[in-house]
Design a binder for this molecule. Sequence first.
Ligand code: DAH
Length: 355
Amino acid sequence: MSDLKKIKDKFLLKLKNQLNLSEINQIKSDLFGKNGIVTLQFKKIRSIPETERKKFASDLNIIKDQLQDLINLKINKIENTEINKKLKKEKIDITLPERPFTKGKIHPVSQTIDEISSIFSEIGFSVEEGPDVENEYNNFTALNTPDNHPARDMHDTFYLDEKKEKLLRTHTSPVQIRTMLKDKPPFKIIAPGRTYRSDSDQTHSPMFHQVEGLHIDKDINMGHLKGCLNYFIKEFFEVDSIKMRFRPSHFPFTEPSAEVDIGYKIKDGKIIIGEGDKWLEILGCGMVHPNVLKNVKVDPSKFQGYAFGIGIDRLAMLKYGINDLRSFFDCDYRWLNHFGFDPLDVPTNYRGLSR
Ligand code: DAH
């Protein structure tokens, strides 16, 4: 029997056995690998006398094809059974009931921030952001706050290092500094965000929210400030007229400074904004102090303007009838379900701006 026939018979016999994938692959490499039996036969062709060479080569090719086909067939068969086994195991039971679908709610503070941003964007303010962890310079010094000012006290401010260089911002006013340092005037921005003070009772929480406003340009005066705030309060509370008063106050970063109260009354246990003879303080404001402008390289003889800081949580409580500030931060799912907003509910004064 010729060598080729012996090889063929030997391997056909081997391949008749029940083999697993690695055994078949072993046979494949024994036959066709770099030094495989069939590979070596091909290498031999050149040394075979010319008269027999053609036949040898043709026989060899036939045997190679036969063995290769058989091996491929066996591999395919094994792979197919594997896939079918897997498919059977992974069968989806479409008779199972679907999982319950729960839709989240928008927190009243987020909703209020969206409403505020939308109202101010209507009159040309853009939205800026600053980090919660601030440096002492942006939070106090650049805002003309003297070293001995009570706001710098450890009892009021959360400092993050012994040297009192890093702190949790006590107000959103440092965003004024950041904005003016990175650009050239004019500026017309609001900056909503989280703020922190060492304080906690029914109306104070150590973390709360403010929105800062800043408008710097040529010839901006207190009349502009009053008009802007009047417009904002009416839009926010969705009323046609309001009672508003400016009470002289003091902030190191504004001169003159004022606190703004709005008139309200209580009717049937509900608060009515814009009527009545009671007053409620809702924000601080003033004309930006020339020292602040100098600190950010804006020439106060050419540019001036106003700034304001509003407590967001207080506004949300007033508008949505929530009476304990701390409930905002309790993370009580039932509370959120009651006071929260449907993501698809568009507030009446929403004009398309998203935070
Ligand atoms: N930063 C002040 C505070 O937290 C609020 C404030 C008052 C901001 C007057 C201002 C302003 O921009 O002009 O109490």
